[in-house]
Write a protein that binds this ligand. Structure first.
Ligand code: CP
Ligand code: NVA
Length: 310
């Protein structure tokens, strides 16, 4: 069904396709790497930015089923220094079955997909982090039951890659999605308008608010670092802007529910966007969420390489 497709952003996928990947992820998680479906396949892993979870999820998911992942830091390869993205894409497409890219510009991952002729996966850009959002949906579904009609609140930097990805996937899948952020960090209006149309189709609500009271009734509260990779210079300014938006026990109490779960894509900075009592407490699902990166990424690779029926 998804053979040959890239994943650059969930904007390109139908709700049915995303649902298919979620169900496949559950099946794969139960199999626990017992098969060898990537045998004889190769995967290029291009990184301009640091990574623990994304790199390890791709490497272990592919490697444990017989595939050969190759890690390529942009400190070591010609991309961006002596060679254009187009030429690098053409060469990698002749040698690899698929390519993962993590870096700055969304246009780089788009160009790789356009010129390589193989599936390309966005492992995080400044704009989107789609593989993270799929793992997040799986984690909510495992903890709270069917995600349709659930209420997800993202609180923090509302214009970052994680928030933007949650808005897209949530509005497509019928998840009531609320972004709580100061107005200066609102997600961009064009993306919101697009996602409001998806929400209308899926029967969900998409809300942006500066008021922490909007956390009321949440099934899941999600946050991320206040300054993303590449924004280190803005760290102090963000910290003063986002201090009132820290996820702590007072904020979690404002949900009015004891069973609200806490999510974070990680890495986390305790004492900034989240207090230790919450991330290390009973409501936290962050370790399940991190593990789910691997199962969802494996599902994505199996489906796009046409190996999902094996
Ligand atoms: N959540 C996430 O993408 O983590 P890494 O930056 O460690 O890959
Ligand atoms: N928004 C964060 C996510 C890290 C996984 C960043 O881009 O640094």
């Amino acid at each position: 069904m998804l053979k040959g497709r890239s994943l650059l952003t969930w904007l390109d996928y139908t709700p049915e396709e995303i649902r298919y990947l979620l169900d496949l992820s559950k099946k794969i998680k139960a199999q626990r790497g017992a098969l060898q479906r990537f045998s004889g396949k190769t995967l290029a892993l291009l990184f301009e930015k640091r990574s623990t979870r994304t790199r390890c999820a791709f490497e272990t998911a592919f490697g444990e089923e017989g595939g050969h992942p190759v890690f390529l830091s942009t400190d070591d390869i010609q991309l961006g220094a002596k060679e254009s993205i187009e030429d690098t894409a053409r060469v990698l497409g002749r040698m690899f079955n698929a390519i993962q890219f993590r870096g700055f510009k969304q246009s780089t991952v788009q160009t790789l997909a356009e010129y390589s002729g193989v599936p390309v996966y966005n492992g995080l850009t400044d704009d989107f982090h789609p593989t993270q959002a799929l793992a997040d949906m799986l984690t909510i579904e495992e903890s709270c039951g069917s995600i349709t009609g659930k209420h997800l609140v993202f609180i923090g930097d509302g214009r970052n890659n994680v928030a933007r990805s949650l808005v897209v996937i949530g509005s497509k899948l019928g998840v009531h999605t609320t972004i709580i952020t100061p107005p200066s960090l609102n997600p961009d209006p064009a993306l919101l308008a697009q996602c409001k149309a998806f929400a209308l189709l899926s029967g969900s609500r998409l809300t942006v608010s500066a008021d922490t009271a909007a956390v009321s009734g949440a099934d899941a509260v999600y946050t991320d670092v206040w300054a993303s990779m590449g924004e280190e210079a803005k760290k102090a300014q963000r910290a003063s802007l986002l201090k009132p938006y820290q996820v702590n026990s007072h904020l979690m109490e404002q949900t009015g529910r004891a069973d609200t779960i806490f999510l974070h894509c990680l890495p986390a900075i305790r004492g900034e966007e989240v207090s230790a009592e919450i991330i290390d407490g009973p409501q936290s699902r962050v370790w399940d969420e991190a593990e789910n990166r691997k199962h969802t990424i494996k599902a994505l690779m199996l489906a796009t390489l046409g190996l999902d029926n094996q």
